[in-house]
Design a protein around this ligand. Structure first.
Ligand code: PMP
Length: 445
């Protein structure tokens, strides 16, 4: 391949040797939740590409929306008060769906850029409130917030940070809310939550609340292994942060747009963020797009501060791009017309049942799901929760065996992530989990 595959070789959660042995998977076409490779083999796409293709792979309305817009106004920027009808209507619809309907949207080309933007705005907000020294950010171990230098710096995954995090950046890491791997012996879920929140309080006290701008969190940690927090975790955390004047930023790049059973993950997990980043399913993955959503209060402070300073030196050439916006707008229209939330909630119980059925498998330590996102965690010993040695590459082997069965899933270490398009039918869910079970059985042999 002339385009480098350095990215997968650098990602220790995948197994480079296994991927090289498989050979590249060259995907040529799609039909609903299925994709077909260059040799004509079909696969059920259990990961919605990279957690984004909620409407599957060949939605004709999105093709038409792109073609119509290209033939009217194929490109333009949104600097210096230029705009276009597609991005205006997109912003209106997006905000109306969101928990901050009176707020504003600021567009970008990707989730990473939306996260970067959110951090800049958090700094500007505190500057506007007379506290420019609030610069530090709280993140969490196993978090993933993007691949730019700032995204890598905020991420709590060693593979992302290792060679790339900005040195001494003022990012503080709290524990991941994964009861299965992080709870102490005999600890209840409630005690676990209280301990984690107390740890964040201790980190804030140690750093000094007046030096901290924000905490960033994915409602469900995606790339860290589909970590679903216990129910009390976010409400308690949000209360602590509010008391300390620290903003709470919800990274909704994976959770946004129905994935967890509400429009946004923060609604499923019971907190009101000050800002949120969205991307991926905003266009069903059909166009590169991201957005930062901010409350009216944040927007007022930030815009007053930008005027005081005389500049808001920020923007991307393609942010608010008419074609990208037209496709995202059409995506939101389809979501509303199909009653996306009703569809996800109708499928979620079957999804959970299928995942729970795998919990009895001898290789599965924990099975977890919310809405239409879930994972099974492969362990060497179910009784002691002992993981496999990482050299064993068990997760990667399962992914290869699943491919042999005609199923695409992704391993995050030994957690096998499942995140099908939201248009998935009951019969397709059945097929997905039959194939996954066959792969697990083949691995157990
Ligand atoms: N935040 C989260 C939670 C993500 O999962 C991702 C991408 N997987 C990003 C940010 C970065 O998005 P992008 O790849 O579009 O830059």
């Amino acid at each position: 391949l002339a385009h480098t595959d350095l990215n997968c070789l650098l990602h220790p959660q995948t197994d480079p040797a296994a991927l090289v042995a498989q050979g590249p998977l060259i995907l040529e076409s799609g039909d609903g939740v299925f994709v077909t490779d260059s040799s004509g083999r079909s696969y059920l796409e259990g990961m919605s590409s990279l957690w984004c293709a909620s409407l599957g792979f060949n939605e004709p309305r999105l093709a038409r929306a792109a073609a119509d817009q290209i033939s009217r106004l194929g490109t333009y920027h949104t600097f210096n008060r230029r705009s276009n009808p597609a991005v205006i209507e997109l912003a209106e619809r997006l905000l109306a769906l969101s928990p901050m309907p009176d707020g504003k949207a600021l567009f970008a080309n990707s989730g990473s850029e939306a996260v970067d933007t959110m951090i800049k705005l958090a700094w500007l907000y505190h500057s506007g409130r007379g506290a420019p020294e609030r610069r530090k950010i709280i993140s969490r171990r196993r978090a993933y917030h993007g691949s730019t230098v700032l995204g890598a710096t905020l991420s709590g995954l060693p593979s992302m940070r290792g060679a790339f995090a900005w040195p001494d950046p003022g990012v503080i890491f709290a524990e991941a809310p994964h009861f299965y791997t992080c709870a102490e012996a005999g600890e209840s879920e409630e005690a676990f939550v209280d301990r984690l929140v107390a740890e964040v309080a201790a980190l804030i006290a140690a750093e000094g609340a007046g030096s901290i701008a924000a905490m960033i969190a994915e409602p469900v940690m995606g790339a860290g292994g589909v970590i679903i927090p216990p129910s009390g975790y976010f409400p308690k955390l949000a209360e602590l942060l509010r008391e300390k004047g620290i903003l709470l930023l919800s990274d909704e790049v994976i959770c946004g747009f129905g994935r967890t059973g509400e429009w946004f993950g923060c609604q499923t997990f019971g907190f009101r963020p000050d800002m949120m980043s969205v991307a991926k399913a905003l266009s069903s993955g059909y166009q590169p797009i991201g957005a930062t959503l901010l409350t009216a209060e944040i927007h007022d402070v930030v815009s007053a501060e930008a005027s005081r300073l005389g500049v808001l030196g920020h923007g991307f050439t393609y942010a608010g791009h008419p074609v990208t916006s037209a496709v995202a707008l059409e995506t939101l229209k389809i979501y509303e017309e199909m009653d996306l939330l009703a569809q996800v909630r109708a499928r979620a119980p079957a999804f959970l049942d299928h995942i729970n059925a795998l919990a009895g498998h001898p290789l599965v330590g924990e099975a977890r799901a919310v809405g239409l996102i879930g994972a099974v965690e492969l362990v060497a010993d179910r009784a002691t929760r002992r993981p496999f040695a990482s050299e064993a590459g068990i997760g990667a082997r399962l992914v290869t065996l699943a491919l042999d069965q005609g199923l695409i899933v992704r391993n995050l270490g030994d957690a096998i992530a499942i995140c099908p398009p939201l248009i998935v039918t009951t019969a397709e869910l059945e097929l997905l989990f039959n194939r996954l079970r066959q792969a697990l059985d083949a691995l157990a042999l």
